[in-house]
Each structure stands twice: as C-alpha cells, then as structure tokens.
Design a protein around this ligand. Structure first.
Ligand SMILES: NC(=O)c1ccc[n+]([C@@H]2O[C@H](COP(=O)([O-])OP(=O)(O)OC[C@H]3O[C@@H](n4cnc5c(N)ncnc54)[C@H](O)[C@@H]3O)[C@@H](O)[C@H]2O)c1
Length: 169
C-alpha cells in the first residue's frame, strides 16, 4: 500500500464518523497526521475518535467536532475547534454527503433535493470558506498538495459557476 509521510500535518475530514470519511481519516492518521473528524452524528463520532486515537503516532492529536456542514455557524465553530485542537489546519477533506432518495426527477420531492444541495454542495463551499484562511495561514515555504490547492484558490470568483459544476456530480 502507498505510504506518504504526513507527520506534522493537520487535517480536517468531514463526515468521518463512519464509511469513506472514517477510512480516509484512518489513512491520514496511519501516515502520521493529526486529524480532526467532523460529523453530524455525535454518538458514532465518539467511537471513531476512540479507535483513531489508538493508532495515532506519538505526538499526533485526534479531535472531533459535531457539526452539520450545511450550517455556516456550525462550520465556523467546528473549524475554530479543530484549529485550536490541532494548532492549525493544512489539509481538508470534504467528504460529508448524502445520496438522497433514489427517485425519478419528475417525482422528486423538492425538500429532499434541497437537502442534498445544502449538504453536498453548499456544505463543501462552507467548509472551504471557513478553512482556506487557516490553510493560507499555515503556508510556509514548503509546498505540499493541500497548500498548493489553497494557493490556487481564487478568493474573488463569482458564485455563478459553482452550482453548474455541482450539477455534474
Ligand atoms: N459510497 C459510495 O459508493 C459513494 C459513491 C460516490 C460518492 N460518495 C460520496 O462519498 C461520501 C461518503 O460516502 P459514504 O458511503 O462513506 O457515506 P456514509 O453515509 O457511510 O457516511 C457519510 C457520513 O457523513 C455524515 N453526514 C451526513 N450528513 C452530514 C452533515 N450534514 N454534516 C456532517 N456530516 C454529515 C454521516 O453522518 C456519515 O457519518 C459522501 O459524500 C457520498 O455522497 C459515496
């Protein structure tokens, strides 16, 4: 299995109480990173923190935040909590998401559609919006992939193109 050295790196993974998000967090922890896992499901999150703490390298921090990524205030509070716990953030994995009901479009419930957009699309925007200043602050002289991404982020682009890209998912 590929290994990368993430010692000293500080990652946030959303929707990480279980499933793919938990597996991503596990790989980050195994690679030496400190990781803050976020989820809307606080009970499952507790168990995830506990198992990740068992495999963390010496000096790495594992923390958690109960947060709904579609709630801007909750995201800002979670980012503040993660930044304080890890002493910064330089990797963000926007994993939290839902599939929504599997129904033909002409019978789709509008509220159910809106919930998917709020979590999967707006949630990704809100987490990036909150985290990019912290990632930019973490940019030193070296260049890692997430730092490169933060450098490439265009802070002033109008939002019009984003729903179009989201609609491709
Ligand atoms: N599993 C697949 O085959 C597949 C395929 C394509 C894309 N994805 C995407 O990958 C991601 C993870 O998928 P998974 O199969 O591990 O899903 P999962 O349902 O097993 O895990 C998703 C996690 O996100 C959390 N979550 C849901 N809504 C949230 C919210 N508003 N705020 C914070 N956390 C929230 C859930 O509590 C859960 O712990 C999702 O975004 C999903 O859409 C999955």
């Amino acid at each position: 299995m590929n290994q990368i050295d993430l010692n000293g790196h500080k990652a946030v993974v959303t929707g990480a109480a279980q499933g793919l998000g938990y597996a991503i967090a596990q790989r980050l922890v195994e690679s030496g990173a400190s990781v803050s896992i976020w989820d809307i499901d606080g009970e499952t999150l507790k168990g995830a923190v506990s198992t990740l703490s068992e495999i963390a390298v010496e000096g790495a921090v594992i923390s958690s935040e109960v947060a709904d990524v579609s709630d801007a205030d909750a995201v800002d509070a979670a980012l503040a909590g993660s930044t304080a716990a890890l002493d910064g953030v330089d990797i963000v994995v926007n994993n939290a998401g839902i599939s929504g009901p599997n129904v033909v479009s002409w019978e789709y419930d509008v509220a159910a559609w809106q919930k998917v957009v709020d979590i999967n699309l707006t949630g990704t925007f809100l987490v990036c919006r909150a985290a990019i200043p912290a990632m930019r602050a973490a940019m030193g002289g070296s260049s890692t992939s997430p730092r490169w991404l933060a450098k490439k982020a265009i802070p002033t682009r109008r939002p019009i193109a984003r729903p179009k890209r989201g609609s491709l998912d």
